[in-house]
Design a protein around this ligand. Structure first.
Ligand SMILES: C[S@@+](CC[C@H](N)C(=O)[O-])C[C@H]1O[C@@H](n2cnc3c(N)ncnc32)[C@H](O)[C@@H]1O
Length: 268
């Protein structure tokens, strides 16, 4: 099998930090380094860290078309990977750019963090990234991490092109599929895509957003490699409401959300 990471199998017992199970219980967000977790809707740095270590080599490029507060970008910096990112939230892109200007980690092998404030459903942003990569003598990215809004659970901006402002689930999935298409055009063959997504509950019904997004990815001809279930913990707002949710659940017919998915797919 082609090598797509830096894991040295002659020392395989030493990689205790790398997950290989499909159930991830992460007790606490790692807020070390540049991660401070202020952005509502961010993911824990441990997610991109696992994906980067498992699916990329030092010096390769990771693409995150929903980069938000830059969690993937900061992990790339710490792990010596290059980064290309897009977000429709201009303030966030400015914030992440500023964090690199003020305190640049000169980890060997990191040459660039290229970020655009743009709409990831529009191919123009990806063509700009392709142009930038070409100027560096690079053809393709080696991994794509997609952490879209969980439909309308949390509104990120007032921009109508923001996926969290989609008028229906079909429109949301259509837009997600476009971002996927655009991202795949930049991904090397035989490399991997991670999709981080949770479900939602509305009007008395569980909406399996995770499985819908997974189906969109499989419709693109990607091979499903893993469905990882990760616990959701440490959300202060939810903790305070735990008892009332439990009361409501006992009084009704549903279970309380405690997990989200990390879907791993391969581009053939
Ligand atoms: C779940 S958050 C990602 C958070 C990120 N992983 C982090 O740790 O900060 C989803 C992001 O998608 C962005 N977004 C929504 N629609 C978009 C679009 N059409 N193009 C680019 N970004 C978009 C939102 O602004 C938001 O920052």
């Amino acid at each position: 099998m082609a090598k797509f990471n830096d894991i040295d199998l002659s020392r395989w017992k030493e990689y205790e930090d790398i997950e290989t199970d499909s159930l991830w219980i992460i007790e606490r967000r790692d807020n070390s380094g540049k991660h401070d977790g202020f952005y509502h809707g961010n993911f824990v740095p441990q997610i991109p860290r696992q994906m980067i270590k498992r699916y990329t080599k030092t010096g390769e490029v990771v693409l995150d078309p929903f980069m938000g507060s830059g969690t993937t970008a900061f992990e790339c910096e710490a792990l010596g990977r290059n980064f290309a990112g897009i977000d429709i939230n201009t303030d966030m892109v400015k914030y992440v750019k500023r964090s690199f200007e003020s305190d640049h980690n000169t980890f060997s092998g990191v040459n660039f963090h290229y970020m655009l404030s743009s709409d990831s459903t529009d191919f123009a942003a990806f063509s700009e990234i392709a142009g930038y990569l070409a100027s560096k003598g690079i053809n393709k990215v080696s991994h794509v991490i997609l952490h879209p809004p969980y439909y309308d659970i949390l509104k990120f901006t007032d921009d109508s092109r923001d996926l969290s402002n989609s008028d229906s689930i079909d429109i949301f999935l259509n837009r997600f599929a476009k971002v996927l298409d655009n991202s795949l055009s930049l991904l090397e063959n035989n490399r991997y895509v991670s999709i981080v997504i949770g479900d939602k509950y509305t009007k008395g019904q569980w909406i399996p957003l995770g499985f819908y997004c997974m189906q969109e990815a499989m419709n693109k001809g990607l091979t499903l490699k893993s469905i990882i279930v990760k616990n959701m913990a440490g959300n202060r707002a939810k903790q305070n409401k735990n008892t009332i949710w439990r009361y409501r659940a006992l009084n009704s017919d549903y279970f309380i959300f405690k997990h989200e998915y990390i879907l791993v797919l391969k581009k053939n």
